[in-house]
Write a protein of this length. Structure first.
Length: 404
């Protein structure tokens, strides 16, 4: 009988995870319908306002006047919301202009997609089949255990093409052992992980030099935050050209402040092959016109001194938070902070109490994190005032204090 649940276990995920989601809903922490006040807060129907500390718009560019105007201007100039046809056949020229500008800024051939998740869904099977490797041979495909759900979701599809393994998180010994045993190996990981922490990029590049390891990074959470042009953590560490054994993807809907995804390809990669056979990268779901216009405006900001100012403002807020609240990523120059609580019910209760104090912090629990290691996830942003950060720290300390 064929072995079941080799790559996912939906039954376990729902049985063990759904009670916590239901508890969060009953505590008023899910399905919140809000309006943006334009004052840096969100308003509930009953008039209560809170600051969203779970926004991935780390630089605050999603509300930048130029970005908003870019979306409006694109609608005016193109006079349509969407092309509603595969970009492989017909696309608006402003999409080409956006990709050319991002390619220049990030020093890699950049292809824009509807989402980073769509990019992984299209690219990972082509890596598993060997078609994106220089040798055109199927690799053993190794997923880091902490790789994002959007990549893990594609494991069964990849396993239909090649052998798929799961590595303990950042375990270089495991990965090097696989490289010694197999001629072709590809490794799938985040650049910066959504629960904090980073890939050991320099060590992975050393394995690439030694064994020809193919590297696939989803660097969504660091795009715009790192590099003089916002190229992200991984691209910054690579330094020179992106070679034929590396692909970096990222979300334009986080630090970049707009919508969509981006794929950085090395010069030797066949963009025609990607466009034709990477599934959702070629289907009739190209980035909508307003998002293209907004992204062009954000790209202009990324080429200006304003980007550095916002990066510095974000780092100042991270340091201010770290000075008062200990986390396992204390001192890391990264905006995601997870305050471990332990029991799922305790995380939900603390999140509820944070909302009472005017801050939405998400309770994270299984399957987002391991069982029994629930906590609060907080995302810091450049457009939080010093007073906002201090009041946030006050609230965290209040809800963390032992009950008398």
């Amino acid at each position: 009988m064929e072995e079941k649940n080799r790559y996912r276990n939906t039954e376990s995920m729902i049985v063990h995870g759904n009670p916590s989601f239901q508890a969060a809903k009953e505590a008023g922490l899910l399905d919140l319908s809000v309006r943006n006040t334009g004052r840096g807060s969100l308003a509930l129907p009953d008039g209560r306002e809170f600051i969203n500390m779970c926004s991935c718009s780390y630089l605050g560019l999603d509300s930048h006047p130029d970005v908003l105007e870019g979306a409006i201007e694109a609608l005016r100039s193109e006079k349509t919301m969407d092309m509603a046809i595969s970009r492989l056949r017909v696309r608006v020229s402003i999409l080409d202009e956006l990709e050319e500008e991002l390619s220049r800024l990030w020093r890699a051939k950049t292809v824009v997609t509807t989402t980073a998740s769509a990019a992984s869904a299209g690219l990972l099977p082509l890596i598993a089949s060997g078609h994106l490797l220089p040798e055109k041979q199927k690799p053993v495909l190794v997923f880091d255990k902490a790789a994002h759900f959007s990549m893990n979701l594609i494991k069964p599809i990849c396993a239909d093409e090649t052998e798929v393994l799961t590595s303990p998180h950042n375990d270089l010994n495991f990965l090097e052992d696989v490289c010694r045993k197999h001629a072709r190996v590809a490794y799938v990981a985040d650049g910066f992980y959504s629960m904090g922490g980073a890939a050991v990029v320099k060590d992975l590049l050393a394995l690439q030099d030694r064994y020809g390891l193919f590297l696939y990074f989803d660097d969504s959470h660091s795009l715009s935050l790192y590099g003089t042009a916002g190229e992200g953590f991984v691209r910054t560490l690579i330094g020179g050209e992106v070679g034929p054994r590396t692909i970096i993807i990222g979300s334009l809907g986080k630090g970049f402040g707009t919508a969509g995804g981006a794929v950085m390809l090395g010069a030797a990669h066949h963009t025609d092959l990607v466009g034709r056979f990477a599934g959702p990268l070629g289907w009739s779901q190209s980035l909508c016109i307003p998002a293209i216009g907004a992204s062009q405006a954000s790209a202009r900001i990324h080429g200006s001194p304003e980007l550095h100012k916002r990066q510095q403002a974000l780092r100042a807020n991270i340091r201010a938070f770290d000075a008062r609240i200990p986390t396992r990523t204390l001192g890391e120059d990264f905006p995601i902070k997870v305050i471990e609580v332990g029991p799922e019910a305790a995380a939900v209760e603390r999140s509820r109490r944070m909302l009472e104090r005017g801050f939405y912090t998400s309770a994270v629990f299984f399957p987002i994190v391991p069982k029994g290691r629930a906590g609060l996830r907080i995302m810091l942003r450049a457009n939080l005032s010093e007073d906002d950060v201090q009041r946030l720290c006050d609230a965290v300390q209040e809800v963390s204090a032992p009950v008398a």
